[in-house]
Write a protein that binds this ligand. Structure first.
Ligand code: VG1
Ligand code: CO
Length: 578
């Protein structure tokens, strides 16, 4: 098989132009029931004093796949963050922020508290009317998107490096979302970068640090900061999208066991109020690592088979629960597991799309359209075909889905990198994906009596493959390789057919539809991460049982040999296999 692939490969370049258009947080989440009693309200009547601080450009402030991500120590350099924030205001039309409202939140990682004060003061210094900030600066990425939309804000800041580790020696990041709740498009991020290269002045308000620890409103002249509950708006939205009674019926069954791993990251603040308090999951067994910590408990908050170790151990061990899930640093990714069964994210989005109309009230008229990022497997394409709805392929990164959603053409979409979501907001949404899966299982099992065999996660996936065929998929990540050798490897691959450079990566598509894709990550903060994506379709149900690593072995071997990956990088094993 490998040699026939080798003879018929057609390297294609992917071009964007071709496309259609902390402990305290958990405690405060619990405390929200009493929150109305502690609302502060104060104002300092005098006019706001604005200071102008001279500054110099700093190199390297170009945003990647999702915002600006660097080591904390880099962000702690004088004016490093302030420069970027001021460059952002210099890039936006004044009518988009002067007198307007911006949302501010983050995943609770180290440096967020300092950053929240810096951002608030520069926003005030540039004429922003109001900052809506999550208590203690906490808001998950999907919650920021939800709050922007619900409160009709002009945009918002997300303080997070997402799945990258946190703490004084690790990563920090910042991202700006626009009024639809969607990550700023490249036109804006390119302008911000341009402005970081010529910046000479930072405008900041001369106000004291704002107390973000309790709910309330405080004003300085015309500028207001409102500290909001990080969970309430988001829960309300989830209750509108899903049938909570249906899910509660499943989670309170004595014969269904559920576990969610918050990885000591932001969803720790959301998991208990949603899964336990609202939906009746077991308060003792169901939440793992539920206390958000500034360094994620020294963990790597990336919900995959390598880094979500505790969950994987639980779900693949004896006496495993029926359903397991995890989310990342900022709560936008998800991993779905059944008992001793991994649902690959490319399959997960396809399965959610195929079952959405039946199981999720928000989609009762059926999805309007479906979309995936380029390296994500074609499983979703087959569902779009069958449902007879429009289908779109976009480059890697959630910012490319928003316009299609705003145009009413897209309801459900996903990325192979554990990102799944819909047009209820403009970000991928980890808890949404978990609730979507629980809805599917609840729907399938709603008439099952206790003691009857329940339809499992694995059953749902196998049925899906039997209907649509199986797109075997795997991704190999080689993290923190030496940048120069990674670039040389990509150049070597381009030389395979002499094609031009494309920042979206390089893909080899075979006549049977199999694909090998090579990409360099745009979210790392040190060295280069090489991603190799491998996909092969199998319609024959008798072969669906195969382990993906076995089914894909010939293609994987071919990918490693044509890229000469080992020669270039010296790596003989990937850091992460999905
Ligand atoms: C990765 C993923 C991409 C995702 C991005 C942001 O980017 O591959 O699909 O959109 O992270 O996700 P890259 O360039 O490293 O491959 V998150 O949860 O880190 O904001
Ligand atoms: Co994330």
């Amino acid at each position: 098989m490998a040699s026939s692939h080798a003879l018929r490969l057609h390297p294609l370049l992917f071009s964007a132009a071709a496309l259609p258009a902390p402990a305290t947080a958990a405690a405060s989440a619990r405390g929200r029931r009493y929150s109305l009693a502690v609302v502060r309200c104060s104002s300092a009547a005098q006019a706001l004093k604005i200071k102008s601080i001279p500054t110099k450009p700093v190199e390297g402030q170009k945003t990647g796949t999702s915002g600006l991500r660097k080591k904390v120590k880099v962000f702690q350099q004088e004016n490093y963050l302030a420069n970027w924030i001021q460059a952002l205001f210099n890039s936006l039309p004044p009518e988009d922020y002067v007198g307007g409202t911006l949302v501010l939140g983050g995943d609770g990682r180290y440096f967020n508290k300092d950053a929240a004060q810096i951002i608030t003061k520069i926003a005030a210094g540039n004429g922003v009317g109001k900052i809506l900030v999550g208590r203690n600066g906490v808001l998950s990425t999907p919650a920021v998107s939800a709050v922007i939309r619900k409160r009709q804000a002009n945009g918002g800041f997300i303080m997070s490096a997402s799945h990258n580790p946190g703490g004084p020696d690790n990563d920090w990041g910042i991202k700006f979302n626009y009024s639809s709740g969607q990550p700023a498009p490249e036109t804006i991020t390119d302008q911000i970068y341009g402005n970081t290269l010529s910046i000479s002045e930072i405008k900041t308000a001369d106000i004291p640090d704002v107390d973000l620890s309790s709910l309330g409103v405080v004003s300085y002249g015309d500028f207001t900061v409102e500290v909001i509950d990080p969970v309430l708006d988001y829960i309300e939205l989830m209750e509108n999208v899903f049938d909570f009674q249906l899910i509660k019926g499943l989670l309170s069954r004595p014969d269904f066991r559920f576990v969610f791993d918050a990885m000591h990251a932001v969803t720790g603040a959301y998991a208990d109020p949603i899964f336990v308090e609202k939906l009746g999951a077991d308060p003792v067994e169901s939440i793992l690592n539920g206390i958000p910590l500034e360094d994620f408990g020294h963990g790597h908050p990336d919900p995959n088979l390598t880094y979500a170790k505790e969950l994987v151990f639980t779900m693949f061990g004896s006496g495993a629960p029926d359903f397991g899930a995890a989310s990342d640093g900022d709560g936008d990714r998800n991993m779905i597991l059944g008992r001793r069964f991994f649902v690959t994210p490319s399959d997960s989005v396809a399965i959610i799309a195929a079952n959405a109309q039946a199981a999720i009230p928000y989609f009762q008229s059926g999805p309007k359209g479906l979309a995936r990022s380029m390296p994500t497997s074609g499983a979703l394409d087959r569902v779009a075909d069958k449902l007879n709805v429009p289908f779109f392929e976009v480059p890697t990164g959630w910012k490319f889905f928003g316009n299609l959603m705003d145009a009413g053409k897209l309801s459900i979409c996903g990325e192979e990198s554990f990102g799944t979501g819909s047009d209820h907001i403009r970000e991928k949404d980890g808890i949404w994906a978990v609730l979507a899966w629980l809805s599917i299982l609840a729907h399938r099992n709603k008439d099952k009596k206790v003691g009857e065999r329940l339809v499992s996660v694995e059953d749902v996936a196998r049925e899906h493959w039997a209907t649509y065929g199986r797109n075997f998929f795997s991704r190999y990540d080689y993290e923190e390789c030496e940048s120069e050798s990674a670039n040389k490897m990509m150049e070597h691959l381009r030389d395979v057919d002499g094609s031009a450079v494309s920042k979206q990566g390089l893909r080899f598509v075979f006549t049977d539809g199999s694909r090998i894709i090579f990409r360099l990550s745009g979210t790392g903060s040190a060295g280069a991460t090489i991603r190799v994506y491998i996909e092969q379709f199998e319609s024959d149900a008798s072969k669906h049982d195969l382990d993906a690593q076995i089914a894909l072995k010939p293609l994987i071997d071919l990918a490693l040999s044509i890229s000469k990956l080992k020669d270039f990088t010296g790596r003989d094993k990937p850091t992460v296999i999905t």
